[in-house]
Design a protein. Structure first.
Lengths: 476, 321
């Protein structure tokens, strides 16, 4: 038998402090009002984190305003770019440490933080560093202006990557920021604060305030904040939209999704199966653009499901620090409970749930990769975002039916199309109501490509020139 | 042993037209997706006990090969002795599956191997180009079988395949397979070389795999080692997927042999990972997976010594061949 021996990455590559304060005005505050952050794979405490108060938020916004007025807005674009390049290079230099930190705090496999998350983080800073001295060419006329102080709130599924998506374009455009990482995954943001110090970024340009939803609400509501950027659930997105209604604050909201992954009978089936797996099981399915609704043409349904099940038997669930792990831990107990509840609901409504035979570790939060067949657009598991490694499978007969079913969702973030027919790809992309449509691939991210949704998936775009516009006056 | 009815598989009487229809109805292969999957499997980290297991298995799966115009009796004899005792400093080292030579060297190899269970494989059918008439190919095969070859590695007629003459390719494989039958009724094992480097597209390679499998050989093999692109990991993954799908459909298990260009233990381990995660554990045996290689053995031996002794030796601590 060819069992892979354990191949763990070293935990010693990162040293967390016992407790962290907020990063305000270039310095860490004294830890206060702390809560624990854990490793979801072991439930061990990694560090104590400060819960931001109104006073903390106020001093962070003041620091950001001060930095904006006195330094950052006075620098030319090339100099801002220089800082961003410096940050990008430090991220590359410390990539192994950051990958380990992210895996420990988030639960996702080291394979992903090493090969996807951290390289993308660096590439985002490199990409927007290049824009900093070229804002005159962004399409808004000469000398477009920054908003000023931006409040940014990021989720726990890609902690450092979402930070990069927010901070890199904001700084390139000339804003200063106050950012709050998710309460379950604050550690890489705090390491990023150290990187800002290391890069000698002027004090107050980046401020990190940690805490829960109440801290975030204070950041959104603060009167001296000009713009809010949020990635997270649609429910919270709605609260934010209400909170800023009637003010002149701008907002970018990246919210939930329930992407359709559409497999036509003429697709390259082996690679389509691979794409289905990558679409829903990447990052334990904690991906807003995950391909969580599989739409497969009736004539190939059986063969696709057979191949998919065979492929899923090879998925390795377990210690996220092991280099051979494909599926790591669910980020929190709360999320695990939600996934479990929704799958049970799916089965109650008549769906058949199937998961491969894999051992589940004793400690930590885990969910085996699962597919639910025999469901229809009326079922809860097809309508609601599960945000876990759970795929709902439906069939279609004609391209028109595929489009109708795919678009029948409150969300509109992403979609996938699998066919060997080029003309069909173009037609489907035209008809699908989704911000991103992938053809014969899934979950591909690039800093040069705009990303964002329709309907309840939010508004505004991140990435590319479009992502830059979100941080300049005269646009959203 | 189960057998198949080719007509039942193709769904019609075997004609060039029906073969063409059948082969062109197979799902396509997406190049980007296939290569991405292969690259992702290439990042598997194989350490300690699993590495030791893999290194030994790689040796057991090896067809230790010499296919040079300059081959001599002495050279073949020396290779055979190396196969018998791959590492004189460690007698627990397993032996490779076979020695692979040209047909005229079979008798020298048999003589050198004596009663040892290591097989002798002979390349035949106007290897490597395959450009000869069918009677010549059959005579070439019979010559090697009569000299005592345990296995025959034949090449397909790539010209016929690329011009759409599938029936010709299929008939030739059947004819060579018949020529593998010995006087006592037993049959030399048949490996069918697709020469994937000349077929060029992944779609072609999948079709050629299916066409060859229709003739029920023991193995399908990537390459002769004589063209610029030989075995690659994505091609091998694709062929492993083909034999797996074939098994699911017919219950007939066919082996895969990548050959040419696999030189390091690290590469060999990647192939074994691809075998395990594509075709499955049932293929992780010399009966169903082989490496066609020459310089690979020494690198595996050096890695093996490193695992046992804890330090790297060097080229002079393994024998030249």
């Amino acid at each position: 038998m060819f069992d892979y021996s354990p191949a763990p990455e070293s935990k010693d590559l990162v040293k967390f402090q016992a407790s962290y304060g907020h990063f305000i005005g270039g310095k860490f505050t004294k830890p206060a009002n702390t809560f624990s952050t854990i490793n979801p794979a072991t439930e061990q405490v990694l560090a104590e984190i400060s819960h931001g108060t109104a006073k903390d938020v106020d001093s962070a916004v003041k620091a950001a305003r001060n930095a904006y007025e006195k330094t950052w807005s006075k620098l030319d674009g090339a100099t801002r770019g220089k800082y961003l390049y410096r940050i990008a290079r430090i991220i590359q230099e410390r990539s192994r440490e950051l990958a380990v930190a992210e895996t420990l705090n988030n639960g996702k496999p080291i394979k992903e933080t090493r090969d996807a998350d951290i390289p993308l983080v660096a590439s985002w800073f490199f990409y927007y560093a290049g824009w900093a001295d070229k804002l005159d060419y962004a399409g808004l006329g000469a000398n477009p202006k920054a908003h000023g102080v931006v409040s940014q709130i990021v989720p726990w599924n890609f902690p450092l990557m979402m930070l990069a998506w927010k901070i890199a374009p904001a700084l390139a455009a000339g804003n200063t920021v106050v950012l709050k990482p998710a309460e379950t995954t604050p550690l890489t943001a705090l390491l990023f604060a150290e990187i800002c110090q290391q890069a000698e970024l002027p004090d107050g340009v980046v401020n990190i305030v940690t805490g829960f939803g109440d801290t975030g609400a204070m950041m959104v509501g603060h009167p001296d904040v000009n713009k809010v950027a949020f990635t997270g659930s649609t429910d919270v997105g709605r609260i934010i939209a209400k909170q800023i209604a009637g003010t002149d604050k701008k907002a970018t909201l990246e919210l939930g999704g329930k992407a359709a992954n559409i497999v036509f009978e003429d697709a390259a089936l082996d690679q389509a199966v691979e794409g289905i797996v990558n679409g829903i099981f990447f990052n334990q399915g904690h991906v807003c653009c995950a391909g969580s609704r599989l739409l497969v043409q009736e004539s190939v349904h059986d063969v696709v499901i057979k191949k998919l099940k065979a492929r899923m038997e090879n998925i390795r669930l377990g210690d996220p620090m092991d280099k051979n792990t494909d599926i790591g831990a669910i980020n929190s107990k709360e999320q695990l409970t939600k996934i479990d509840r929704l799958v049970k609901q799916g089965v109650k409504e008549g769906g058949q749930a199937w998961a491969p035979s894999c051992a589940i570790p004793k400690n930590g939060f885990w969910y085996a990769p699962t597919i639910i067949t025999g469901v229809s657009p009326a079922n809860t598991v097809v309508r609601e975002e599960i945000f876990g490694p759970v795929l709902s499978v439906m069939t279609f007969r004609t391209p028109a039916e595929a489009v109708a079913k795919a678009n029948n969702s409150q969300y509109g973030l992403s979609a996938g199309v699998w066919t060997e027919k080029g003309s069909r790809i173009l037609k489907m992309a035209d008809q699908l109501n989704a911000g991103v449509v992938w053809a014969n691939t899934f979950n591909q991210f690039d800093p040069a490509s705009p990303f964002g949704g329709f309907k309840e998936s939010g508004y505004g775009r991140e990435g590319g020139r479009h992502g830059l516009l979100s941080y300049l006056k005269g646009s959203n | 042993m189960p057998t198949i009815e080719p007509e039942a598989v193709v769904g019609s009487r075997i004609t060039n037209q029906s073969l063409s229809r059948w082969l062109h109805s197979l799902p396509g292969v997406d190049k980007v997706g296939l290569e991405a999957r292969t690259a992702s499997l290439g990042t598997r980290s194989i350490k300690t006990a699993s590495k030791a297991w893999a290194l030994d298995m790689a040796i057991k799966m090896m067809d230790l090969t010499t296919l040079e115009g300059a081959d001599t009796k002495e050279r073949v004899r020396s290779l055979c002795l190396k196969a018998i005792t791959p590492d004189p400093t460690d007698l627990t080292t397993p032996q490779p599956a076979a020695i692979c030579v040209y047909g005229d060297m079979v008798k020298h190899a048999k003589e050198a191997l004596g009663k040892n269970k290591i097989h002798v494989a002979a390349v035949a059918t106007a290897f490597p180009s395959g450009r000869a008439s069918l009677p010549v190919k059959i005579a070439d095969t019979k010559d090697a079988v009569n000299a005592g070859a345990d296995e025959i590695d034949m090449v397909i007629d790539r010209g016929a395949f690329l011009s759409g003459n599938y029936l010709e390719v299929y008939k030739q494989i059947l004819a060579v397979k018949a020529a593998c039958v010995r006087k006592d009724g037993t049959r030399a094992h048949l490996k069918v070389i697709l020469e994937t480097g000349e077929l060029e597209t992944y779609d072609n390679i999948r079709r050629a795999s299916y066409l060859a499998m229709l003739a029920s050989p023991d193995f399908i093999k990537t390459s002769t080692g004589k063209v610029s692109i030989n075995a690659t990991l994505p091609i091998t993954l694709l062929m492993l997927q083909a034999v797996k799908d074939w098994y699911d459909q017919t219950k007939i298990q066919i082996g895969v042999k990548p050959a040419g260009g696999i030189r390091t233990a690290k590469d060999a381990i990647k192939y074994l990972v691809v075998v395990k995660e594509t075709a499955g554990e049932e293929w992780l045996t010399p009966k169903y997976f082989r490496f066609g290689a020459s310089s690979l053995l020494n690198d595996v031996l050096m890695q093996r010594q490193k695992l046992t002794t804890g330090h790297y030796s060097g080229r002079d601590y393994v024998s030249v061949d």
